[in-house]
Design a protein around this ligand. Structure first.
Ligand code: FUB
Length: 366
């Protein structure tokens, strides 16, 4: 553990994690006595404690760090394999001047009631910036129960955001992640299986009677995430989404039965020393995994794990460079102990000399 993270852990234990909490005692507002809990087994501590947050997409704009998370709520729907219990209805954005510093949690930046086409389940979002406008990308279920991806705009990175009246044409499934390359082109990576409905969108058309999971296809190539280049105005796809190939060291597509390595959800793209790193969650095996490639379209050769399982079922992340160092934003269920109520964290990420990523253990062994 780096000195600053031990300091962060200690200060979170003693003071709560958010020096700017507008609602006074953050831990009490969630009914969690954070000060009394045993937090020493965790590698890092929640960034905010006054609401539950997950699926953090971090970006650096104008020297500040902005984190676009899901806002978890305690809804009435029982837990199932399709994630029906993730009933989020709005987004609130975190910002900080430095990692380890004060975290400011903004007000509601977008509410499902202000998205004309969406009905429910505002899942993992991402954001992008171009030409003076910030873009918030988000998945939600439409009135027919199909996940689509929407976009909303603002002149401020923390919103409020105004949603486009329709979802992005040709979009489906969940977990958009928008990456802008050095040449200025932006790409959206997206998709998720099981509750993310990728297996119900074969050919890009939603089939509600499609399979609930990928569990019947162990010997076939695994379902693949999608990528599409964005239009110049960042509001549409500039091309039909393509499959993003994830292959083993021999160049063969990973199989559906390879649950330790196959793509499940939570796409993220970053670039390190001229190479493209596509990272994702393996879902039911709870790893964050990654592959390296030479193009934003792949193929990506599987290289290993970024994060061992956290407490909680889901794992979802982002990777960002700040102040010359690399950081992994992720989430677990430290505050609640419940799958549906997660909390966002950050820890430093390190590369080996050959460009592979050192695997992180989110639990500190005692
Ligand atoms: O937060 C709801 C869903 O759970 C996300 O969209 C997935 O990535 C998983 O974290």
């Amino acid at each position: 553990m780096t000195p600053f993270l031990s300091l962060l852990a200690a200060s979170c234990t003693l003071l709560g994690c958010n020096g700017t909490n507008p609602e006074a005692d953050a831990s009490q507002s969630l009914g969690v006595d954070h000060a009394k809990a045993d937090n020493s087994k965790y590698l890092s501590q929640p960034l905010v404690t006054e609401i539950y947050t997950a699926d953090p997409s971090a970006h650096v704009w104008n020297g500040k760090i902005y984190v676009y998370p899901s806002h978890d709520i305690d809804g009435p729907t029982p837990e199932d394999d399709l994630g029906s219990h993730f009933e989020m209805r709005d987004y609130r954005i975190m910002s900080m001047d430095r990692i380890g510093g004060k975290v400011t949690l903004g007000p509601v930046a977008l509410d499902v009631k202000d998205v004309p086409w969406a009905e429910k389940q505002m899942w993992a979002p991402d954001a992008a910036y171009r030409g003076g406008t910030y873009y918030l990308y988000f998945p939600a279920k439409d009135k027919a129960g199909a996940f689509r991806i929407g976009v909303a705009t603002s002149k401020s990175p923390t919103g409020p955001f105004k949603a486009q009246p329709e979802p992005i044409k040709g979009s489906y499934s969940i977990d958009p992640a928008v990456f802008t390359d050095d040449d200025g082109e932006s790409y959206m990576y997206f998709g998720g299986i099981w509750g993310g409905q990728l297996q119900r969108n074969i050919g890009g058309k939603y089939d509600p009677s499609g399979s609930k999971t990928d569990l019947q296809a162990d010997d076939k190539p695994a379902l693949l995430p999608r990528v599409a280049r964005m239009s110049k105005d960042m509001l549409e796809f500039a091309e039909a989404p393509r499959e993003l190939r994830i292959v083993d060291e021999k160049g063969k597509l990973l199989r559906g039965g390879d649950h330790d390595r196959r793509f499940f959800e939570a796409s993220w793209m970053h670039k390190y020393k001229g190479k493209y790193y596509f990272s994702y969650s393996t879902g039911d095996t709870h790893f964050l995994a990654y592959g390296i490639g030479d193009s934003p379209y792949g193929p990506f050769t599987y290289k290993g794990r970024i994060l061992e399982p956290v407490e909680g079922w889901t794992t979802h992340h982002s990777i960002v460079q700040w102040d010359g160092r690399w950081w992994l934003f992720y989430a677990d269920t430290q505050l609640s102990g419940q799958t549906r109520l997660r909390n966002v964290k950050v820890t430093e990420l390190h590369y080996n000399a050959d460009g592979t990523i050192k695997t992180i253990n989110p639990m500190i062994r005692r």
